[in-house]
Design a protein around this ligand. Structure first.
Ligand SMILES: Cc1cc2nc3c(=O)[nH]c(=O)nc-3n(C[C@H](O)[C@H](O)[C@H](O)COP(=O)(O)OP(=O)(O)OC[C@H]3O[C@@H](n4cnc5c(N)ncnc54)[C@H](O)[C@@H]3O)c2cc1C
Length: 394
């Protein structure tokens, strides 16, 4: 059987020369900004846009997007490698997740040729950065309860409602907003996806104060009858959950890649410290009590990386099994990152909490990934119901 002619997703177990080259280039660019770039941006209150521009100028913002629209044509499989390498090199990667990963994937699969010309080209080039807004205060994890609505107004629509915890809007040109279409009979329909410029009249935002995770800021968004022209709807008035999940599955893979990069960086720092620090007769890394949590985190990390690569390959092949794999990858990677950062902090002793060593800088980011974009419990609900065939529990 000729596997190359088969549509099945295939997973290479060693990176191609192309992937090694991409990883090496990403690492070189990110490290050229210095190990404290993300924290420096945060302290200065600025977005990490210089790093993004440097990565985008080498084509990395659109590695997953097809060449027809100016991307690299290398799929989610390469995007996850770029994200992991960026994060493992200490760089922030939010725009890779929300703009390249979510908006890029949704536009690629569901945009019209005109929409692709207008937005996807910019997303692929990294010149159009798109944030993503689904979360609402009262709906939370239960997206079915969202209330942000689009109602017809002449040739277009008016958008009204509120979103919360939306990341990176300060650095974006537009937001991909999930809303529901309000039928003329007053009923709210299925979800639909609309592109809204950040400076659209009636669109305002207020910041939410959170722990340091990356330089990006997080916002509550207010839409007060924002005019949305009909060509800003991706997939039509009631595109439903299909196009949405063509954005959410890549988001889970991208977030898993963030977590894998965080775990790699935490382990790298911990091993260097454990080999160099000596308070008894040997370096502290010689104690099994120091080694084992790090070794266990390494085992978890490698399992998570494998699942992340599998999920990306399935998504690239258009295989519906990508949904289960993306959820499992995100769950496993978030746990691996949390354990790796915790073990790295313990290894560093008091220095684990200093800003100088940069280990605690990763704590809240790793911890966030067990909650967002989908919490660990909802992943287990998904696996219990869809993979195991148990009754829906909620
Ligand atoms: C820093 C940050 C950045 C974010 N960025 C974005 C963004 O850019 N765009 C965006 O749209 N959203 C964003 N979010 C929102 C994030 O996706 C949500 O916080 C997350 O989906 C959880 O929703 P919630 O906070 O409303 O928790 P809730 O839905 O209130 O749930 C709280 C907890 O209850 C438990 N739980 C809930 N339902 C169940 C159930 N059925 N079974 C078992 N346990 C359950 C879980 O433990 C969960 O953590 C961000 C959040 C944060 C904190």
């Amino acid at each position: 059987m000729n596997l190359a002619l088969d549509n099945r997703a295939l997973l290479p177990l060693t990176p191609s020369p192309e992937e090694l080259h991409v990883r090496e280039s990403v690492r070189r660019i990110v490290t050229s900004f210095g190990p404290r770039y993300a924290r420096e941006c945060f302290d200065a209150g600025i977005a990490p846009s210089k790093l993004w521009a440097a990565l985008a100028s080498h084509g990395f913002a659109g590695v997953n997007i097809s060449e027809e629209w100016g991307g690299g044509g290398m799929g989610l499989s390469m995007l996850q490698a770029v994200i992991e390498e960026t994060t493992a090199s200490g760089g922030p990667a939010l725009m890779f997740v929300v703009s390249s990963g979510i908006a890029g994937s949704v536009l690629e699969r569901h945009g019209t040729p005109e929409q692709k010309e207008r937005w996807l080209r910019g997303v692929a080039a990294g010149t159009m950065k798109m944030a993503f807004a689904i979360t609402e205060t009262d709906a939370g994890t239960n997206a079915h309860n969202m209330r942000t609505e689009l109602r017809r107004d002449g040739d277009g629509y008016l958008l009204s409602g509120q979103k919360t915890f939306i990341s990176g809007v300060e650095d974006a040109g537009a937001v991909l907003v999930v809303a529901k279409f309000r039928h003329p009979d007053g009923e709210l329909g299925a979800p639909c996806l609309a592109i809204v410029d950040v400076d659209a009249p009636g669109f305002t935002r207020t910041p939410i104060a959170v722990q340091y995770m990356w330089p990006d800021r997080h916002w509550t968004l207010h839409f007060d009858d924002v005019l949305v022209e009909s060509d800003r709807l991706i997939g039509g008035e009631e595109s439903g959950f299909g196009p949405l999940f063509d954005g959410l599955n890549p988001e889970r893979v991208a977030i898993a890649a963030v977590a894998n990069g965080v775990a790699r960086l935490a382990l790298e720092k911990a091993v260097a410290y454990a080999n160099g620090r000596q308070v008894w007769k040997t370096p502290i890394g010689a104690h099994q009590a120091v080694q084992h949590p790090l070794a266990k985190a390494k085992v978890e990390l490698e399992l998570a990386r494998l699942m992340t690569q599998k999920a990306a390959a399935l998504y690239d092949a258009g295989d519906p099994a990508a949904a289960e794999a993306s959820n499992i990858a995100k769950y496993a990677a978030a746990d691996a990152a949390t354990h790796a950062v915790d073990a790295a902090i313990q290894t560093h002793g008091g220095n684990g909490l200093t800003l100088e060593y940069g280990v605690s800088d990763m704590y809240w980011l790793a911890r966030l990934l067990r909650i967002a974009p989908i919490n660990a419990e909802m992943v287990l609900n998904f696996v219990a119901q869809h993979s195991l065939g148990l009754p829906r529990s909620y």
